[in-house]
Design a protein around this ligand. Structure first.
Ligand code: TNX
Length: 504
């Protein structure tokens, strides 16, 4: 590779760009043969994050990088930051000081230490991502970073219903997205073409609708057993990512009805679907069987999910009358609450009066949405996922072999050039829970396909969610983004080599 793998990095050369960066070029630190990692005494979490940092650095450096609580030039400490007061930076913030004699990270919570580790990784030369020992100087640029997120929720969504992705593929995806301080993974588990999560008492959901021939073009089989799902949730939690499970209803349910014909209006069997039509299936709002089914599913998903959210879809219910939609949503909202979860739904759900705790996810391309604005005025939070900016399944250009184009073409500048607080009238900064980039899988077949659509656009959405609005700058962003080419190549992450970015 021709790029300078050991080029010294600038202190602000990070995505998302940190809130406050004060370089001190006289205070560079070089990781050496004898460098050790010291973690907060008494904190198993800090020790685990220290070990995670060492695991990232050992292959390329070839150094032992022992982790302990006694001594070490790289310190990961849990405490108030002394100057601004305890807890000032919130759970995810951190303070990173790089000086000639060492590196000190201070955070009030383990999530902050983890975020600082992602920053440290990016501050090292690109060669750090090599699989084996490299000869060169592991210089960290000197100075101080004080960082915290603008928005609490920074998510990515993966559709495993249209095309199934395995636990290992999803784990690999998680490992790549956390580098950009993404902290929620929304799993779209069910749709017309497939049902991908095992549900106790309803075995045909996955036996039939997670079986051979399911998915777009019949590319299945595949589903997550309960153990798989738990394994994923744990893996995500170790990376400070909350899994948000989505069971889409009352539309997008053909796969459930294939498995259980009693969920249709007349109880007659329906055929499996492997095409990409939307808006033709619906659960039956006036049938008690519907709610018995939904309650079993919600109870099970809630029990398997430690995070606070349960996403009930609610989108594109064109086969449900407005009255039935209202009846249905009003029956399901209390069920989600009964099992201790906070409901999230696509913003169509906001056409129905919602409790303040409900979260609406805006996904359309229109400039206004009355229901979402009303929900925000009523105290509900909003996740911004406008399809014309954040949809990772939109083509980059008309020539993109993968993806759809119903929301337009989304190049990197388009993914970066917007602000979530300006997107919808009535939905300002205070109403935002955060941002999310959904990746629908109608055209995707492999992890490489997923990566190609995700990179380099996800970093744009991640920066919008994390970095202060005042730092927003396309020229700066594309220069910082360019530095990821050699990193992604070494990590085995495929990306679209967008010509807008001066790749190194
Ligand atoms: C709309 S976004 C959908 C999905 C499709 C997607 C394709 C949303 C809530 N519904 O069913 O997969 O467009 O871009």
């Amino acid at each position: 590779m021709s790029e300078p793998a050991f080029q010294r990095r600038g202190l602000g050369d990070v995505i998302p760009v940190p809130a406050d960066v004060r370089p001190d070029p006289a205070a560079d630190f070089t990781i050496g043969e004898g460098t050790a990692i010291r973690t907060a005494p008494g904190s198993a979490e800090a020790a685990r994050i220290g070990e995670y940092l060492a695991t990232l650095l050992r292959p390329a450096t070839g150094y032992a990088l022992p982790v302990g609580v006694e001594s070490g030039e790289i310190a990961l400490l849990l405490e108030g930051d002394g100057e601004d007061g305890e807890g000032e930076d919130g759970d995810e913030g951190y303070r990173l000081e790089i000086g000639a004699s060492g590196v000190t990270v201070r955070a009030t919570a383990p999530a902050g230490l983890f975020n600082a580790v992602q920053t440290l990784r990016q501050l090292l030369p690109a060669a750090i991502d090599a699989a084996g020992p490299q000869q060169g100087a592991w210089v960290l640029p000197g100075g101080l970073i004080v960082d915290r997120p603008r928005l609490k929720y920074r998510g990515v969504m993966l559709d495993i219903a249209r095309h199934f992705f395995t636990v290992d593929e999803i784990k690999s995806y998680l490992d790549s997205v956390v580098q950009f301080k993404i902290n929620h993974l929304h799993l779209h588990l069910t749709d017309d073409q497939g049902w991908r999560l095992e549900i106790d008492g309803w075995p045909r959901l996955t036996e039939v609708s997670g079986g051979a021939g399911t998915g777009v073009d019949g590319a299945g089989p595949g589903y997550l057993t309960r153990a798989d799902y738990t394994d994923l949730v744990d893996y995500a939690a170790e990376r400070f990512v909350t899994v948000v499970p989505e069971i889409d209803m009352p539309g997008h349910v053909n796969a459930a009805q294939v498995a259980y014909p009693e969920l249709t209006a007349d109880g007659a069997a329906v055929a499996p679907r492997t095409d990409t039509e939307v808006g033709y299936s619906s659960l039956v709002a006036g049938k008690e069987e519907t709610y018995a089914f939904i309650e079993d599913v919600v109870r099970e998903v809630a029990a398997l999910t430690p995070g606070p959210y349960l996403h009930i879809g609610g989108d594109e219910a064109q086969a449900t009358t407005a009255e039935d939609y209202r009846t249905f949503i009003q029956r399901v909202l209390p069920l989600v609450a009964k099992y201790g979860k906070r409901v999230v739904g696509w913003h169509e759900m906001a056409g129905v009066e919602l409790p303040e705790t409900a979260v609406a996810q805006y996904w359309r391309i229109e400039a206004t949405d009355e229901g979402t604005a009303r929900a925000a005025a009523n105290g509900s939070k909003v996740i911004m996922s406008p399809a014309d900016r954040t949809y990772l399944d939109m083509k980059y250009t008309a020539q993109s072999p993968l993806g759809l184009d119903w929301a337009g073409l989304i190049d990197v500048e388009r993914a970066y050039g917007w602000d979530p607080a300006d997107r919808l009238p009535g939905v300002g900064e205070d109403a935002l829970l955060g941002v999310e980039a959904p990746l629908w899988a109608e055209t995707l077949r492999s992890l490489a396909d997923v990566q190609t659509m995700t990179y380099p656009r996800l970093p744009a959405v991640a920066e919008i969610g994390w970095s202060p609005r005042a730092t927003h700058d396309w020229e700066s962003f594309r220069r910082r983004l360019a530095a990821f080419a050699p990193r992604w190549r070494r990590q085995g992450v495929v990306f679209h080599p967008s010509p807008e970015v001066p790749w190194s």
